[in-house]
Design a protein around this ligand. Structure first.
Ligand SMILES: Cc1cc2nc3c(=O)[nH]c(=O)nc-3n(C[C@H](O)[C@H](O)[C@H](O)COP(=O)(O)O)c2cc1C
Ligand code: SF4
Length: 432
């Protein structure tokens, strides 16, 4: 495993999800320290100084988001841990929920103290079974041990954590969709402004952070911002959990220090491409990030600046490895089917655009493609860019443009010959 141990020295064992195990390794001592010796402002200042970037996809600075919350403003504030994890290829938050739920709870308690939150939520997708049982079990244990409720650790600090199960909609992972879902309405994303930190859940100031972002808080408060910044790069401090799948010999969840060599990670740490095949391309951070070819990843480092310079992004850390022999036309068909299915339908460019792109790609794969279809896919992708309520419209466009830019010849061949250039091989990510 490259870099440091998972989540700043959190070795996983068969019992690492249990309170007794967590306490035996110093768990909840940081909460104790925060409540006893730090003000809320000091905690936010430490998180800001750490430079921690959000792990939900947009890499927004966590301290900057927290700083918008005005303390003592007489309003209830809310905190939501985003455990929806709907981005295809991403399964790292699930790893935290299953193996280190108390790390998330301790971090949420510290965050709640810093942000003056009385009620915090874990919004978890409905399909998650073991992760739900683990986080709910840990919350129950925490209540029984006096770590949650009216007097946390016997102090003058009250906090409840409510685990809220979603119904498996991709857009409910988008922060405003998540909020409307918790409010009991259809999980429609909503326009900003106002920002959610100003008017969020129940119209009150709300911080929404990804599970992994929050899980870092305990380590930052325990060891200090300076220690946190010693790992990673100046612009991307700390580490990133990467869930890697597809044509890879050793799929799973890895923690990498930002700045770690991309190619080394794939070829050495993850055992290289499955079955010794040649690497064709990689989706680096969930399907909404642009693909990178085998040649492109060679000089890259795994950090935000490096991937941005290559025209892509770390996204949600959901890496999908694609070997030579995979048909990119079929791959795009799978992605567009997903986006079309998940569009909530509020915005015309997304609702109509997703259906249109899906019909075009189905037509191409069905041997009925037209020469103008490629330009049409570009046009629809660009029409979505920045014209929709939430980022899903843009995301589908990025994915499409990324694949078309690099594998246009495969689309042209498919349209002209009514079959894949790969000799009719239409496989998409088989097991071997
Ligand atoms: C369509 C869509 C789906 C999203 N799904 C998730 C998700 O499952 N988990 C997540 O943490 N963020 C997701 N996000 C990003 C959230 O809107 C939000 O930026 C994030 O939870 C903030 O946390 P962070 O600042 O800690 O990264 C999604 C965004 C979009 C546009
Ligand atoms: S962009 Fe798509 S998913 Fe997002 S709000 Fe608009 S229609 Fe819904």
């Amino acid at each position: 495993m490259p870099g440091r141990q998972l989540l700043m020295s959190f070795p996983v064992t068969a019992t690492s999800h249990a309170l007794a195990d967590y306490r035996a390794r110093g768990g909840y001592a940081t909460l104790e320290k925060a409540l006893a010796s730090m003000t809320p402002q000091q905690i936010t200042a430490e998180v800001t100084a750490s430079g921690l970037l959000g792990h939900g996809g947009a890499a927004f600075a966590v301290g900057r988001k927290w700083s918008v919350i005005r303390l003592n403003d007489g309003q209830p504030h809310y905190l939501c841990a985003n455990a929806d994890e709907g981005e295809p290829g991403t399964f790292k938050d699930r790893w935290i929920l299953e193996n280190a739920p108390h790390l998330l709870i301790e971090s949420m308690l510290i965050a709640s103290y810093a942000l003056q939150v009385r009620n915090a939520f874990v919004y978890i997708r409905g399909e998650f079974d073991l992760p739900f049982r683990r986080i709910q079990g840990a919350v129950d244990e925490a209540y029984a041990a006096g770590l949650l409720g009216e007097r946390v650790l016997g102090r003058d600090f009250a906090c409840d954590i409510i685990v809220y199960r979603g119904a498996g909609s991709y857009v409910c992972g988008e922060a405003s969709g998540l909020i409307t879902s918790i409010e009991g309405k259809r999980g429609y994303p909503r326009n900003r402004p106002p920002r959610l930190t100003v008017r969020g859940l129940y119209q009150r100031p709300t911080v929404i952070n990804n599970v992994e972002s929050l899980a870092n808080i305990t380590g930052i408060v325990r060891d200090g911002a300076e220690a946190f910044r010693k790992v990673g790069t100046a612009k991307s401090p700390g580490t990133q959990l990467i869930s890697i799948s597809g044509h890879i010999a050793k799929p799973g969840v890895y923690e990498v220090e930002y700045g770690y060599p991309f190619a080394k990670f794939i070829h050495e740490d993850c055992g290289g491409v499955l079955g010794g095949r040649k690497l064709k391309t990689i989706i680096p951070g969930g399907i909404s990030t642009k693909v990178l070819t085998a040649a492109e990843i060679e000089p890259l480092k795994l950090d935000h600046a490096s991937l941005a310079a290559a025209g892509s992004s770390m996204g949600s850390g959901g890496m999908i490895v694609i070997a030579e022999g995979t048909c990119m036309v079929r791959l795009l068909q799978v992605l567009l089917r997903f986006y079309h299915h998940e569009s909530c339908g509020q915005c015309t460019p997304c609702r109509e655009g997703m259906g249109w792109m899906h019909r075009i790609i189905d037509r191409i794969v069905g041997g009925e493609g037209r020469p103008e279809d490629i330009e049409r896919l570009y046009e629809i992708s660009h029409a979505n860019d920045g014209t929709t309520i939430c980022g899903m419209g843009d995301a589908a466009g990025y994915a499409t443009v990324g694949i078309l830019n690099k594998f246009r010849d495969e689309f042209e061949y498919f349209i002209e010959h009514k079959r894949s250039r790969l000799g009719g091989n239409l496989e998409v990510l088989p097991n071997a």
